[in-house]
Design a protein around this ligand. Structure first.
Ligand code: PNW
Length: 468
């Protein structure tokens, strides 16, 4: 008789991508080299008091000069795909105008190295490093001009890399840079505790102004999709990578799941919902006194350009809900102060969110394909032992999360890949270098890289295409 071991049962579909992810500002360094213009994150991190320890990304992982070593590491870890971001101010130092040849050449070399190593490149076009010139001259995403400049840049990049890069994510995490950068985000993390998160450019706009910024961000996404379709080769695949706010049901019955769907659709009204439905919900339009956003039907059509896939960054439950007989048909459930967490201040733990996020998205919008574009966890310190670096907490986290994702694929939810955040420890925004998300440890004095226990776990999971 044959025994089916766990790893045989807990397999992912054939062709499933086992990816790792990073972003330009968090790893590249070389902040003012080869003609690169400053970004709003250069400015923000150079301003004392914004970042833990006043760290900045001037050098970061020095990936700009070490990308060959980093590609080799990813191959050794067994990654089949790599999600990186292109730094807009490397390619257009002032955001628009003449491209900087040396800037795009860097991504050319990176893509060639990835393909030579058998790793499929997935490019994100905006991971928050807006050219400072666009902030200074037009107010960044407060202006429609930024959406237009973004589309021009996206079209140019897809024209230059499109013979080798077949997959693009327009924008990473709308809420993180819009709410974080233009107002500041308050995240409820259990009990009465609220965590405040800030981001570049560090503005404090009103709710009404913020809705206009959101509108320009989703418009920029839609215009970029059109530009890539116009300039990239036929067959180029495009989507976004958004940190969906997931309403998690506590009981898997049709009425609880329906409440979670309603709540998820409502809480993502300014971003995912409008990009996938082409309309703002009535409730969303009534908020902030109905003064904003100002938009046209033509813009709604652009915002909802059909996509090839939806990318979901999934770390934590947004909140928990239950059904209600009263409008809007769901009710929030309080989160206990004792709810388990991972290291980051905002990181509530619930691995089931890797099941519910794709399942709710499929139920609500039925996209042709879904990727998990980020998932992972941070740790403030590391346990070095006999020359090895042990992160059993991360292995626990990954095994639990991927187990739930496998449950979704086994039920037929069309998830075609997973990108772990992150390939290496890197500059973790407000937390600076004090919060480590990598499968690979980086000594930020010597820049030496050392794979952690979690890298060995990832390699075996990728090799077996299963939860191990
Ligand atoms: C994402 N939250 O940010 C970003 O895309 C990455 O650049 C970042 O390094 C990574 O996740 C880890 O933080 C997030 O409040 C920011 O839930 C905030 C939240 C989640 C993710």
């Amino acid at each position: 008789s044959t025994v089916n071991t766990g790893a045989e049962i807990r397999r992912f579909p054939d062709g499933f991508q086992w990816g790792v992810a990073t972003s330009s500002y968090q790893i590249e360094g070389a902040w003012d080299e080869d003609g690169k213009g400053p970004s709003i994150w250069d400015t923000y991190a150079h301003t004392p008091g914004n970042i833990h320890n006043d760290d900045n990304g001037d050098v970061a992982n020095d990936h700009y000069h070490r990308h060959h070593e980093d590609v080799d590491l990813m191959r050794d870890i067994g990654a089949t795909a790599y999600r990186f971001s292109v730094a807009w101010p490397r390619v257009f130092p002032d955001g628009a105008g003449a491209p900087n040849r040396a800037g795009i050449d860097f991504y050319d070399r990176l893509v060639d190295a990835l393909l030579a190593a058998g790793i499929e490149p997935y490019a994100t076009l905006y991971h928050w490093d807006l050219p400072q010139t666009l902030q200074d001259e037009v107010g960044g995403w407060q202006s429609k001009d930024t959406a237009k400049a973004f589309a021009d840049y996206a079209g140019y990049v897809s024209g230059r890399l499109g013979d080798r890069v077949k997959h693009y994510f327009t924008i990473n995490e709308f809420a993180s840079f819009v709410e974080g950068g233009y107002q500041g985000v308050d995240v409820k993390v259990g009990g009465d505790e609220i965590v405040h998160l800030g981001a570049a450019p560090g503005l404090r706009l009103s709710d009404s102004e913020l809705k206009q910024v959101r509108h320009h961000a989703v418009l920029g996404h839609g215009m970029a999709v059109q530009a890539i379709r116009a300039h990239g080769p036929a067959g180029t695949k495009i989507g976004f990578a958004d940190n969906i706010r997931v309403a998690v049901p506590t009981i898997d019955t049709p009425d609880h799941v329906a409440a979670a769907e309603r709540a998820t659709r409502a809480r993502n009204a300014g971003f995912m919902t409008v990009m996938l439905e082409g309309r703002y919900t009535d409730e969303y339009l009534a908020e902030a006194g109905g003064r904003s956003p100002v938009f046209t039907d033509e813009e709604l059509g652009i915002i909802a350009e059909p996509l090839d896939f939806v990318g979901l960054n999934v770390y934590k439950p947004g909140w928990y809900v239950e059904p209600s007989d009263e409008a809007p048909g769901y009710r929030d459930i309080p989160i206990n102060a004792s709810h388990p967490r991972m290291q980051s201040s905002w990181h509530l733990l619930d691995p089931e969110v890797l099941y519910w996020a794709p399942r709710l998205v499929q139920n609500l919008w039925n996209p042709p394909s879904i990727y998990i574009t980020e998932n992972g966890c941070g740790a403030s310190d590391v346990m070095a032992h006999d020359g090895r670096i042990y992160d059993s907490d991360r292995v626990m986290f990954l095994r639990a999360c991927l187990g739930q994702l496998q449950r979704a694929t086994s039920e037929g939810v069309p998830v075609h890949g997973y990108f772990l955040w992150s390939a290496q420890d890197n500059f973790e925004w407000m937390d600076g270098y004090g919060n480590r998300f990598g499968l690979v440890y980086v000594d930020f004095d010597t820049l030496e890289r050392t794979p952690k226990l979690s890298a060995s776990w990832f390699r075996e999971a990728a090799r077996r295409n299963a939860v191990v």
